[in-house]
Design a binder for this molecule. Sequence first.
Ligand code: ADP
Length: 267
Amino acid sequence: MTEILESRNLTKSYSSFRNGSRGREEAGNNGERTEILKGIDLKIARGEFVSVMGPSGSGKSTLLYNLCGLDRFSSGSVRILGRELAEMSEKELAGMRLNEMGFVFQQIHLLKDLNLLDNILLSGYLRGNMSRRKIRTRAEELMERTGIGSLARHGITQASGGQLQRVGICRALINNPAILFGDEPTGALDSKSAAEIMELIRGIHADGTTVMLVTHDPKVAAMSERVVFMLDGRIAAEKSLGRFSGDGDEAKGRETELSRWLLETAN
Ligand code: ADP
């Protein structure tokens, strides 16, 4: 398999001080190190769809941030898209995130003075490798595809949570990323909007994009090909689910299979 991402013995520590406050960075002289990631070995193949599950506080989000270069890990290595993250400058990391990665988080941060279309266009313009006309056409197509075509000129206060999440997905896809990272992308949505967003993500994966999601929702994780279960900063177990066809009955079967496995694994 050709890996798009590989971490080896990845660790991340924070310092914790005697008075209980937590520092963002590595332990200083008067702090004790708390290891949040304790040696993660993970490979993700190009085109694969992987979900990361596990109890709250087990290190799922920390893992995601350290794999995509949004945070700096303490030791070990991460190779992504052919580059060693530790060897890259902040500027190079920012470029890689803009050009080759897409992000969908639970809370999407949009610029409130721009309409929905312009929020999407901005990421395309920042990359600047296509003409503005082409970027606009792609943004409009993405908005159509995600069912928000008629909202292009609306402000962000005129859209629902589910619609804003779609804007986030359009923005994540405007530069045609090789890999899409999501941290609880459906976490703030009602079940109908969540199902629609998942259907979109499934389509993005079907088009060949690698997807890595952090989620606590078995419905969401059941759509992925592989589930990685984290416990206390380590990968405690993995389950392969195979490729999902998109069929409703199959979805229910996968969710049941995954839920049973989670019950066994979490015990
Ligand atoms: P999960 O996503 O599984 O809920 P997180 O990765 O968010 O877990 O957090 C794992 C642990 O790391 C938690 O105990 C959290 O308090 C700690 N942590 C996360 N970010 C920081 C930080 N910036 N400074 C100190 N500790 C942190």
